[in-house]
Design a protein around this ligand. Structure first.
Ligand SMILES: [Fe+2]
Length: 207
């Protein structure tokens, strides 16, 4: 005969949503019928979405002046708010526009999302798993999932990269992982409260 061990809620889990407490004692478990389920499935209408160039350029210019933001995380993201907390252009697609000043290096790191870089401006090098690719305006480079990569802006003008990644769905499933920079042992998924900048070692508010 099997023995049932009843878990007790911790203070943290019980505090997640007091309004729902009562189903299990943990506050987040609920049993619902099929009819209730289909009422809960997302029905939100999703509209097309356009982001004006002037809007993202202005925001990126502001970030470019900010010494707190490190080169590796100096980007803005294009979000369709119709997707709610699935922050992305669509539930599966992240679009970012990243700015790297001449002479800056985005240090070697990796993540399990694929990254597609299209270079809108600038010259330099993107290195993927040791292969150093030069880039210029109009080029596209793909970095496969979990491949080490770094970016080095050279020349006289800022590098601006249009970046697409498949990470929004991964983030929702808590299967998005970073190793940043190379060798950092606490490879981890980004969860609320653990990483403001997605950097494993840096807290921009502390510098
Ligand atoms: Fe990256």
């Amino acid at each position: 005969m099997s023995q049932t061990v009843k878990d007790e809620p911790t203070a943290d889990t019980a505090a997640i949503d007091p309004a729902r407490e009562g189903d299990s004692g943990f506050g987040n478990a609920r049993v619902i019928t099929a009819d209730e389920y289909f009422q809960r499935v997302r029905h939100t209408n999703v509209r097309g979405c356009k982001w004006e160039a002037e809007e993202w350029q202005e925001k990126l210019d502001e970030l470019g002046k900010d010494p707190i933001r490190h080169a590796e995380r100096r980007f803005i993201s294009l979000i369709n708010e119709d997707h709610g907390d699935l922050a992305g252009a669509s539930p599966g697609i992240f679009i970012g526009i990243q700015l790297i000043h001449p002479g800056e290096l985005v240090p070697n790191h990796r993540h399990n999302s694929v990254a597609i870089y299209h270079y809108l401006q600038g010259t330099g090098f993107t290195t993927v798993e040791g292969t150093r690719y030069s880039y210029k305006k109009g080029d596209t480079i793909v970095c496969p999932p979990w491949a080490y990569h770094e970016h080095e802006a050279t020349g006289d003008e800022d590098t601006i990269m249009y970046v697409c990644q498949d990470m929004t769905e991964m983030a929702a499933k808590r299967t998005l992982f970073f190793e940043e920079p190379v060798g950092v042992e606490n490879v981890r998924h980004m969860v609320q409260g653990t990483s403001k900048s997605w950097s494993a070692t840096r807290d921009p508010d502390m510098e």
